[in-house]
Design a protein around this ligand. Sequence first.
Ligand SMILES: [Zn+2]
Length: 318
Amino acid sequence: MSNPLSRRKFLAATGAVAAFAAVPPRRAFATPSSSTFLVGDLPPATDKPSGRIVDMHVHFDEKNPNFIADLLKIGERLNLTACVLTPYLNRKVVADAAKQYPARIVPIGSVDLDAVDVVRQVEELHTLGYRGLGELEFVKKPFTDASYMPVYELANRYGWAVLFHTGIVLRQNFDEPEDVASYRMRAFHVEEIARRFPKIIALGAHCGNPEYEWAGEVARWNPNVFFDLSGSSLDKMHDHLVDFRKVFWWSGTRWGKKQPENDPNAFAKLVFGSDDGLEGIERVLVQYRALFEACDVPARTQKLILGGTLAKIFGLPE
Ligand SMILES: [Zn+2]
């Protein structure tokens, strides 16, 4: 949907940016007390990771006229493909860029599920070469409402990936009433959609924050469900990342169901998503790697999380 207030602008409006403006490139809303890594802690850019990184959660920034060029630069440096979550209004520029740079940009349409012509919008996005929908958020009804089913039916027919916001959602305006509520976007709604529409790859953003357990269990029983850990969770959990082993608990047991590449590690149900602007991608990569270390995620599984799983879904080169 068209988001009248970008995340960055939202933070600026609430003073969060101003409070930490003196310490870039640390992300504006990182807690200053946490020992958050700086981008400078990363290995030099020439040390490209061994595999392609695929970022499921990059919002198109209509305020940045150089967005595509900036994205291509980062993509080249990190060997990264971005799923660009594109408002309907910006659909053409991203569709064209994706045709020109198919290994760098996967076009994903960010429609408003409550728009009266949403089905027509989705059909048009398909014609333009879009590969999925998302981030679906700020919905007026729960994700499983009957009125949204025609959209999911189309996504199922197209075999699309659909990224759902899950969990706590930001408040765009503190002074005006707004018809937005997190409960409509709880992680367990993704379960019903994934089961009724088995050709959809259902991706939940933010791992259902704070209902990680529901996200984990829904991912465990549904081969077509994955979650990203973008948002505040990896900051919030910085000092006890090992707790995510309680959420992704079934490694090596008989309780993991149809894991990607038959990987027995439960963390293979995660995918990489940054959701922090282009300048935040490397910082979130560092956070994911801290999670891997804290939870002893094996290298093979790390590769799936950081790109292998999504590369296969979208047919990207290794
Ligand atoms: Zn979100």
